[in-house]
Design a protein around this ligand. Structure first.
Ligand SMILES: *[C@@H]1O[C@H](CO)[C@@H](O)[C@H](O)[C@H]1NC(C)=O
Ligand SMILES: *[C@@H]1O[C@H](CO)[C@@H](O)[C@H](O)[C@H]1NC(C)=O
Ligand SMILES: [Zn+2]
Ligand SMILES: [Zn+2]
Length: 465
């Protein structure tokens, strides 16, 4: 390790010491801060971090588990945290884990990875194909876990290396001293992102108590490797599901006057629902209402008693979402009445929560831009348009300032990377170091730049040298 590398290493390291090394007033210059993400990326690409992450990711990929069933996944993560000597709380929200790195004191900054797989059959033929028929990590959550563990490993190892170089450290401490605490990185390993709102359960369990900011990422084949994409403000939509039973009176298809036809009523309901977005919503305020289910009847000459329909609705603001929900209920019940039917409408069966709109905090967007720009070059920060898809990170970002971004993994030299939820979805494992380094850098820089006033770091490290 070159001396300059060593120096920047120490920077990164002493900041996470368990006990404050007190006295003078120091801070890092912009150049020193800019070096942190670069160092983390270098470190994450080294075999002892990279190969280790790849190994974890492949193990997870072979053994996918569905929402709230991530028992083995959780066990594997805990074993790694134990190995690294990182304390954690478990279980939270059935299989969730919260780990802690740092002083144990404020400020607290959280990093999140989701853990669940999807109920679908993997069609990629490769050595580490899913061993569980009908289950697959097709959304990249296996990679998300590996990346967060990679970040944890780097942050934690910096502390161990400190001990190895304790003599140097001693010299440094005499030069650089920090008042008070540096802070704590909170690691959230969360179950059930895929539709079940595991994030809400984690949040309800109090995992963000005292946490000032939270970061999360999603791998994305839509962007090239080495790039990231996001935006301030709304990023993913608020999302809900509706279901309705439209009841009439069944009977002979040739004697319609003695029946009340729910098929026709349901058809009119579906047509009327189309007007919500096309006629009632502001064209510049994106919304979606899609009917995806229509079940009724089973015969050519019998009008059924009832029809069931169901679907999803989305909006990019809380207000529009609430408005849609109310109007969907009204349109279904009232339009059914027009045809003499009765309708009952339910939202989010099985007690699944609505996913809120994911709103990226504007200050954290600036923080992200600086950190990711320093690491990847500012030309590699892409601006994303909002998506009508949903992501339960929104629960966290609704509770405290949060920031979510996409991590590019596309690489044309390695074939086609299919989109998430495809049975042909593949991870470009070269993206793992980027994710790990971004997690580590976002947290580290956040702590550094958000020290409480009384303990703010002032002065320049270089000057001291
Ligand atoms: C440390 O820096 C802060 C911010 O500039 C300042 O308010 C404080 O007085 C300084 N403390 C010492 C001990 O110099
Ligand atoms: C609709 O509900 C009303 C009030 O409960 C009931 O009288 C009527 O028979 C119902 N109509 C149908 C078609 O089920
Ligand atoms: Zn998904
Ligand atoms: Zn996902």
């Amino acid at each position: 390790m070159a001396f300059s590398e060593l120096v920047s290493f120490f920077f990164t390291m002493y900041l996470l010491l368990p006990t404050p090394i007190s006295s003078n007033n120091i801070s890092l210059s912009p150049e020193e801060l800019a070096q942190i993400p670069v160092n983390f990326l270098d470190l994450a690409k080294k075999p002892d971090v990279f190969d280790w992450m790849v190994g974890i990711r492949r193990k997870l990929h072979e053994n996918p588990e569905l929402s709230f069933e991530e028992f083995e996944t959780s066990k594997l993560i805990r074993a790694e945290l134990d190995q690294m000597g990182i304390p954690y709380t478990y279980p939270i929200a059935v299989t969730g884990i919260v780990g802690y790195i740092g002083t144990g004191g404020p400020p607290f900054v959280a990093l999140r990875a989701d853990m669940d797989a999807l109920a679908m059959q993997e069609l990629v033929e490769w050595e580490h194909k899913s061993k569980v028929p009908g289950k697959m990590h097709a959304c990249g959550h296996d990679a998300h876990i590996a990346m967060l563990l990679g970040a944890a490993k780097m942050l934690q190892e910096l502390r161990h290396k400190l001990l190895v170089f304790s003599f140097f450290l001693f010299c440094f401490i005499k030069l650089i001293c920090v008042h008070g605490q540096i802070g704590t990185v909170v690691l959230l390993f969360q179950p059930a992102e895929e539709g079940w709102g595991g994030a809400k359960k984690m949040l309800d369990a109090g995992v963000l108590k005292n946490v000032e900011a939270i970061f999360g990422l999603h791998v994305s084949p839509a962007y090239p490797i080495g790039t990231v994409a996001s935006r301030p403000g709304p990023l993913t939509a608020g999302s809900g599901r509706f279901a309705a039973v439209i009841s009439g009176k069944g009977g002979h298809a040739a004697i319609p006057q003695q029946t009340i036809d729910p098929i026709l009523a349901a058809s009119n309901v579906i047509v009327s629902l189309q007007h919500l977005v096309s006629r009632e919503a502001d064209p510049l305020d994106s919304q979606v209402v899609t009917v995806t289910k229509f079940q009724g009847g089973g015969s050519f000459n019998v009008i059924p008693d009832s029809v069931s329909i169901g679907g999803t609705f989305r909006a990019l603001s809380k207000e529009s979402f609430a408005q849609l929900r109310q109007r969907i209920e009204e349109v279904i019940t009232m339009q059914a009445r027009v045809q003499r039917c009765n309708a009952t409408v339910t939202f989010n069966e099985n007690g699944k929560p609505f996913y809120p709109v994911l709103v990226n905090n504007k200050d954290l967007h600036e923080h992200f831009r600086k950190v990711a720009g320093d690491m990847l070059g500012f030309q590699n920060l892409k601006v994303m348009l909002p998506l009508m898809g949903a992501e339960d990170f929104s629960f966290y970002a609704e509770a405290i300032p949060g920031y979510f971004f996409c991590l590019g993994l596309d690489d044309k030299t390695k074939g086609t990377f299919e989109l998430e939820h495809s049975p042909l979805f593949r991870i470009n494992e070269d993206a793992l170091p980027y994710g790990a380094a971004l997690h580590a850098s976002l947290a580290m820089r956040y702590l550094l730049e958000n020290q409480p006033e009384s303990t703010s770091l002032k002065g320049s490290f270089h000057d001291e040298l």
